[in-house]
Design a protein around this ligand. Structure first.
Ligand code: NAG
Ligand code: NAG
Ligand code: NAG
Ligand code: NAG
Ligand code: NAG
Ligand code: NAG
Ligand code: NAG
Ligand code: NAG
Ligand code: NAG
Ligand code: NAG
Ligand code: NAG
Ligand code: NAG
Length: 360
């Protein structure tokens, strides 16, 4: 009896909830979308081809406007792609009213100012591209709360912070924050974006250590954090990234410690670029051993470090190697003679070491 009552109560609450949420949706229609896009149009201060000025005309349906696509079912705007149009302007908060938007591509223009918080209201967004603009300030943490968001591209702007991000985007597969002005530590929420395949934080001012929790992102294929101010050691936990293909940590001149030997157990890893760090210690001698399921390593770029010891004698077993840069380290001893069996090698740089023996 009591369970029946609470069930009934639950159903009533559920119905009320659905009614209120659907009625709040129904207050928006294609006119809302039109107003949002007109708000964007008024924010455009320079439109070199006067494209929007002419084409985004109130006398035609928004669904015929250049860069705008509508869904068949709801007749609402589902995609806005105004990339490469030479537009200068700012992003209005009204864009947050395009409630059916799944794709937002504003890349390769000259938009400046900040990203409005209201974008987080776009609960159907899958893809955001603001690459190559002049956006500055804070990335609203609410953007990472969009549970449908799969790809967020913010490359080459002037963004400097991400405050109070709690919880990582549950669907986020690709995050590009490279070529901005981000400072401070790599934010912890990134390690909670469990679906990440691609992460690019290169060319910023990130400081501190590489969070060991990044090793939890087991679907990661590309990890690119070069040209920052990272310090400390490369965490052992990166060895858990069993699908990793590219690991680019170059130009973090304070990154030190030994290269974790576990990295060489990742059977998919084909590029290691640690050029111009401060890595020390010997290279693991079994790094190319036949224990590795598949030695697919193509690029091993370790120049400008302080790596010691001899060149691993079984390097020739990484048969796919095409680029081997070990110059400007502290390698000593003989150049392994079987290195000549690396038939794919196009570049072999060994200068600036203490090697002995004849040239190959
Ligand atoms: C959109 O909704 C408003 C009320 O919110 C209404 O006045 C208008 O006629 C609607 N427009 C369309 C195209 O349905
Ligand atoms: C706007 O551009 C689209 C796509 O190029 C075109 O189909 C449409 O006719 C144009 N509308 C006007 C009013 O120029
Ligand atoms: C946006 O449009 C441009 C051409 O105008 C096209 O090259 C690009 O692929 C489109 N972007 C997306 C995400 O569809
Ligand atoms: C759209 O967005 C603006 C600013 O975020 C807001 O003031 C307005 O009420 C919203 N709704 C409609 C239906 O335009
Ligand atoms: C993100 O979503 C959670 C749960 O829905 C909420 O508690 C939190 O306040 C949201 N954060 C932001 C920045 O919107
Ligand atoms: C971020 O959180 C801190 C501490 O909870 C708070 O003082 C600060 O005002 C918040 N900043 C923003 C922009 O919400
Ligand atoms: C990451 O971003 C940098 C800077 O834009 C770029 O040069 C690099 O190729 C990117 N890395 C990957 C793996 O795409
Ligand atoms: C993430 O990684 C840390 C340290 O490597 C580990 O202690 C923690 O249990 C992991 N968390 C999840 C949710 O996998
Ligand atoms: C190493 O990186 C630093 C900082 O980015 C840069 O100034 C320096 O020129 C680089 N050195 C080499 C040898 O590439
Ligand atoms: C690396 O992989 C091999 C073969 O799968 C395994 O025998 C070895 O224990 C692994 N090494 C580490 C440190 O996990
Ligand atoms: C990797 O390192 C080499 C130096 O060995 C450098 O010339 C190259 O541009 C780097 N590759 C990437 C993808 O940054
Ligand atoms: C390398 O090649 C030489 C001659 O081509 C051969 O004698 C030698 O056994 C090879 N070494 C290995 C380890 O395969």
């Amino acid at each position: 009896m009591e369970t029946n009552q609470s069930l009934r109560l639950f159903i009533v609450c559920f119905l009320l909830h659905s009614l209120t949420s659907s009625s709040s949706l129904s207050t928006k229609n294609i006119t809302t979308d039109k107003n949002a896009l007109l708000a964007l149009k008024t924010r455009i201060t320079h439109d070199s081809a006067t494209l929007l000025a002419k084409n985004w005309s109130t006398s035609t349906s928004v669904c015929n406007w250049i860069g705008v696509s509508c869904g068949v079912r709801h007749q609402r705007v589902t995609a806005l792609n105004i990339s490469y149009l030479g537009l200068t302007g700012t992003i209005p908060p009204q864009l947050g009213n395009l409630s059916f938007l799944a794709l937002l591509a504003i890349n390769d223009n000259n938009f400046y100012g900040s990203l409005p918080y209201e974008l987080a209201r776009l609960r159907r967004l899958k893809y955001i591209n603001f690459n190559y603009n002049q956006l500055s300030g804070n990335v609203p943490s609410s953007i990472f709360n969009i549970s449908s968001l799969q790809e967020l591209r913010l490359k080459h702007n002037r963004l400097s912070s991400m405050v109070n991000v709690s919880g990582g985007g549950p669907s986020l597969m690709s995050l590009d924050l490279s070529e901005n002005m981000f400072e401070g530590e790599i934010p912890p929420f990134i390690s909670e974006c469990k679906q990440l395949r691609f992460l690019n934080l290169s060319s910023n001012n990130f400081r501190g250590g590489i969070p060991k929790e990044i090793g939890n992102l087991t679907k990661l294929k590309t990890l690119s954090i070069f040209l920052n101010k990272l310090e400390g050691e490369i965490p052992q936990e990166l060895g858990n990234l069993v699908e990793l293909e590219r690991l680019l940590l170059l130009d973090n001149v304070m990154l030190t410690g030994q290269i974790p030997s576990l990295l060489f157990n990742i059977s998919t890893l084909w590029q290691i670029n640690f050029t111009n760090n401060s890595l020390i210690g010997d290279l693991p001698h079994n790094m190319c051993s036949h224990h590795r399921k598949a030695a697919v390593l193509k690029g091993l770029q370790l120049s400008f470090n302080q790596i010691t010891g001899t060149i691993p004698y079984n390097l020739w077993q990484c048969r796919e190697l095409t680029v081997v840069s070990l110059s400007y380290n502290q390698f000593r001893g003989r150049i392994p003679s079987d290195i000549g069996n690396l038939t794919m090698v196009k570049k072999l740089a060994l200068g600036g070491n203490n090697l002995i023996g004849r040239y190959l």
